[in-house]
Design a protein. Structure first.
Length: 157
């Protein structure tokens, strides 16, 4: 009986320490996803969700030809809409803010992942030195492709 109680406590602690995945149900994101699907006919499915502190797009496609174009389309939307600053930070993450955006374009076993960060990579929000917290504000993006990170994939300003 004592062992079962200890296991229950450990299980509850594990559950409380995990960041849950939350589907983004914001109308602006839904409208954008619909527009994205209309702009690229190879898109089969789009999942937009937050796992704190990351906003994620999983975009399932039938063809790998326009992966970069899809990425730039999403980034252009993020830059022009200010959706991250205006709505999503407070609505979905509470006191934490979105510090990473991940866009993954998937065709069966082929995955291309793009990541942008609020803070320049290699710095941290926990640094003692304030100059270490260099804000990049999602302008530099990195691409994971063919088991290799391509750093500074693109400046999107």
């Amino acid at each position: 009986m004592k062992r079962a109680f200890i296991l229950l406590i450990v299980f509850m602690l594990l559950l409380s320490g995990c960041s849950p995945s939350r589907t983004v149900k914001d109308e602006a994101i839904k409208d954008f996803n619909k527009e994205l699907k209309q702009s690229f006919e190879e898109i089969k499915k789009i999942k937009t969700y937050i796992i704190r502190p990351s906003l994620n797009w999983d975009i399932y496609v039938s063809d790998t030809e326009n992966m970069d174009d899809i990425f730039y389309y999403v980034v252009d939307y993020l830059k022009t809409s200010n959706i991250v600053e205006d709505e999503l930070r407070d609505k979905y993450t509470g006191v934490y803010f979105i510090s990473r955006i991940t866009i993954t374009v998937i065709k069966k076993k082929t995955r291309r992942t793009y990541q942008g960060y609020y803070y320049k990579r290699g710095t941290t929000i926990y640094a003692d030195n304030e100059s270490a917290n260099v804000v990049d504000n999602f302008t530099t993006w990195y691409r994971w492709d063919d088991d290799t990170w391509i750093y500074n994939y693109g400046e999107t300003e």
